[in-house]
Design a protein around this ligand. Sequence first.
Ligand SMILES: Nc1ncnc2c1ncn2[C@@H]1O[C@H](COP(=O)(O)OP(=O)(O)OP(=O)(O)O)[C@@H](O)[C@H]1O
Ligand SMILES: [Mg+2]
Length: 362
Amino acid sequence: MANLDINRVRKSYGRHEVLKEVNISVGDGDFLVLLGPSGCGKSTLLNIIAGLEDITDGEVLIGDRLVNDLPPKDRDIAMVFQSYALYPTMTVRQNIEFGMKIRGVPAEERAKATEAAAEMLQMSTLLDRKPSQLSGGQRQRVAMGRAIVRHPELFLFDEPLSNLDAKLRVDMRTEIKRLHQRLGATIVYVTHDQIEAMTLATKVAVMKDGIVQHFGAPQEVYDRPANTYVARFVGSPAMNIIPGRLLNSDGAPTVAFDTPNGEALISGVTLSPEVARDFAGREVLVGIRPEHFSLDGEGVVPVGVDIVEPTGPDTLVVFSAGGTEVVARLDPVELGIGEQVRFAVKADKVVLFDPKTETRLD
Ligand SMILES: Nc1ncnc2c1ncn2[C@@H]1O[C@H](COP(=O)(O)OP(=O)(O)OP(=O)(O)O)[C@@H](O)[C@H]1O
Ligand SMILES: [Mg+2]
């Protein structure tokens, strides 16, 4: 297993620059998720790590070894694609053994490795079937089995679950997490699904237009997103971003925003004294996660309820503030349309953004 360093990597197709100075470093055993919308450059970056695409500029190190000029077969990696790329005429066993056979691994050893992988992936009973006799999730397991028996330094996954239905996706997600824990492997995993990213990753790189917007631990990315783009991309329902202002106060930083029912005043927001001074009296964007509103404690946000959506475990309440639609996630509660209430806010969880640059204020 190995650490992975991506230093100042750029990639252009002709004049179209699809990766712009990407810097990412993860340690041995990390689970790195590349997260972003379609076309942001995730697969390009994964293919660069695999050696399937060359680099325009920068360097890639796997286990401290510079691999820029190494062909894929010498990089000690195993890749699992979205389309499982199984050989249709071979059985599951033959599919899994094929790579080892090519590398000249003796038959007995091949069989042992295959049985072990099959057991780990709970598909021992499927070894003699052909891919056409398997479900999507089972084919996905075979593709993973083929990767496992290589014992690579690095596993690369490109949207491996996107062909599966919702229920199977969740099951396979757990399977991949278990696999990571058992193997202690270093994994790079591409997805545009932020829940997959949050549940699997030890480190997430949120990408947009070929630029890494935020690289960090999932909880950090969730709690203190680098900018409004990351704030909105990670979490569902998304973080509320409400136009407001930072007040000129001597005490704890206080933000205000207007609602049709009066002014909201949230005091005790986390902000360094320097930034609090710089932005005092200025406009800011107030970022509040839906779950940080509640009906307990001091009600500081006057709310006129527009929409109520019970989801089962909680109730979503939509209201208007700062000229935008805001969503609160409360414990199950009965509220009527048009009802006036006051929500408390976890002030220490509120993040502020500069309205010009949309980056987070610290
Ligand atoms: N061979 C190529 N030639 C020219 N442009 C390319 C090539 N491959 C990819 N691109 C462009 O590079 C950008 C990034 O593509 P990439 O496949 O990395 O995106 P992605 O984030 O994996 O998207 P998706 O989620 O849709 O798979 C896109 O704008 C794409 O059109
Ligand atoms: Mg892709």
